[in-house]
Design a protein around this ligand. Structure first.
Ligand SMILES: Cc1cc2nc3c(=O)[nH]c(=O)nc-3n(C[C@H](O)[C@H](O)[C@H](O)COP(=O)(O)OP(=O)(O)OC[C@H]3O[C@@H](n4cnc5c(N)ncnc54)[C@H](O)[C@@H]3O)c2cc1C
Length: 405
């Protein structure tokens, strides 16, 4: 049948295009659709410290060839002092119109993948309690398409999740508003470095993109959002100038386009599958963007779903394979989710004493000489309520030669 596919995917950004890519390799007949046209931007910064998936999806080298800087260092400021070090892996900051389009074009190379832009999913088609397809609207024309599986890769406000009434769990309301913009001409550090400013309970960030262009952003307090958005550029820059060195470094800088703001991202998991449907990306799991994990998490979910479909082809029952998909998803995403919520909940306005002490310590090698031999113990003690955090640091340290006792 002409309108019949193995899998229909609603949403063609990081979750949808990556899934189409993996299913295309398996020769699956895929219909990938999105109400947006491409290339196009979306509400998101784009810090990506996990480049493994980009490589597997075949887009890493072409993204790097566009002139994106490879960022190997991270600097965290408190007051006028900072800590800086190398990261275990490098980071790139591709803009979403660029990243999403590269992923989409790669997926479209597979002959069994059909893509329709400016095409909206309007309603699910059911046979009893089984989803069997969709009614879609393509540039004003409404018609039905059918498949064994309809996947919602349609973002945090997923229509598919809403229509199947997917159960939501571990839910927390948005915690922090985020504002960001693209600036040209910010005076750079000598080596491309991700800069994080922990200031007054806010998180500021400088993400170096191509030479001469940076993504600047701030996670602010919820009660500041309304006032900030009255005059976003002026208020954003006033706040940014409070971060150490940024007033001077922004003297020759100018904003490209405008400051974009959101009151925050919801935090939740949704049931990942049901009869004839599944969810990937933000549709299945969303969280505060402060830890920059959303895009990688979307890839990971698509990878797990493609793997489940492969297992069904190899003889595993549908319900067993899909349950395994959901279990693995939760197992892999829960630690990052908890780390993110803990990070935001424990952000605070430093007291004058805390900042003063940190500054005097930061500039005193004799103190570091005393502290470094005991850092592991201090960290373990102060994160005893939250062992995951310690494990994450240990894992990164292992790449620098750390060996557990
Ligand atoms: C301010 C902010 C900053 C962020 N910063 C980072 C960061 O630095 N690093 C990081 O990893 N993550 C970040 N994230 C998170 C990241 O943006 C998301 O995790 C990611 O976009 C999820 O991708 P997705 O493909 O699941 O959904 P989306 O990117 O939301 O795409 C969903 C697509 O579905 C389409 N769609 C929706 N409904 C329909 C329909 N009915 N019919 C057809 N199409 C439909 C939409 O048009 C859209 O193109 C940030 C998020 C925000 C809000």
């Amino acid at each position: 049948m002409e309108n019949r596919y193995d899998v229909i995917i609603v949403g063609a950004r990081v979750a949808g295009s990556s899934l189409a890519n993996w299913l295309g390799r398996m020769g699956k007949r895929v219909l990938l659709l999105d109400k947006a046209g491409f290339p196009s931007d979306t509400l998101s910064t784009h810090f990506m410290s996990h480049t493994k998936f980009l490589e597997e999806l075949g887009v890493l080298s072409q993204l790097e060839d566009t002139g994106l800087r490879k960022i190997q260092r991270m600097r965290t400021y408190i007051g006028e002092s900072f800590i800086e070090g190398p990261r275990a892996s490098y980071t790139i900051i591709p803009k979403r119109d660029q990243l999403d389009y590269a992923l989409l074009e790669e997926a479209r190379k597979y002959p069994s993948v059909t893509f329709k832009s400016q095409t909206t999913a309007r309603e699910l088609l059911w046979e009893g309690n089984q989803v069997i397809g969709l009614r879609i609207e393509e540039k004003g024309r409404s018609y039905h398409v059918y498949s064994d599986l309809v996947v919602g890769a349609d973002g945090k406000n997923s229509n598919i999740a809403h229509w199947v009434q997917a159960e939501t769990y571990n839910q927390t309301n948005p915690l922090r508003p985020v504002l960001y913009g693209y600036y040209k001409g910010v005076r750079p550090l000598q080596t491309p470095t991700t800069e994080i400013f922990l200031h007054d309970g806010r998180i500021g960030f400088v993400f170096p993109m191509e030479e001469g262009r940076d993504c600047l952003g701030i996670e602010i307090h919820p009660d500041e959002f309304k006032e900030m958005m009255k005059s976003p550029k002026e208020n954003f820059e006033l706040m940014f100038h409070q971060f150490y060195g940024m007033k001077e470094r922004m003297e020759q800088a100018h904003l490209e386009s405008k400051i974009i703001g959101t009151p925050g991202m919801p935090n939740f998991f949704r049931k990942a599958f049901g009869n004839g449907w599944a969810l990937v990306g933000d549709a299945g799991h969303s969280k505060d963007p402060s830890t920059g994990l959303g895009i990688n998490d979307a890839f990971m979910q698509s990878y797990l779903l493609a793997d489940a479909i492969k297992e069904i082809d190899e003889g595993m029952t549908w319900s067993e394979a899909m349950q395994e998909f959901e279990d693995k998803r939760d197992q892999q995403l829960l630690p990052g989710f908890q780390l993110t919520l803990d990070y935001i909940h424990s952000l605070k306005k430093w007291t004058v004493n805390e900042v003063a002490l940190f500054q005097s310590i930061a500039a005193n090698p004799m103190v570091w000489n005393k502290l470094v031999p005991h850092l592991g113990m201090h960290l373990e003690e102060s994160t005893s309520e939250f062992p995951l955090f310690y494990t994450a640091v240990e894992m990164e340290a292992e790449t620098f030669g750390y060996k557990k006792d």
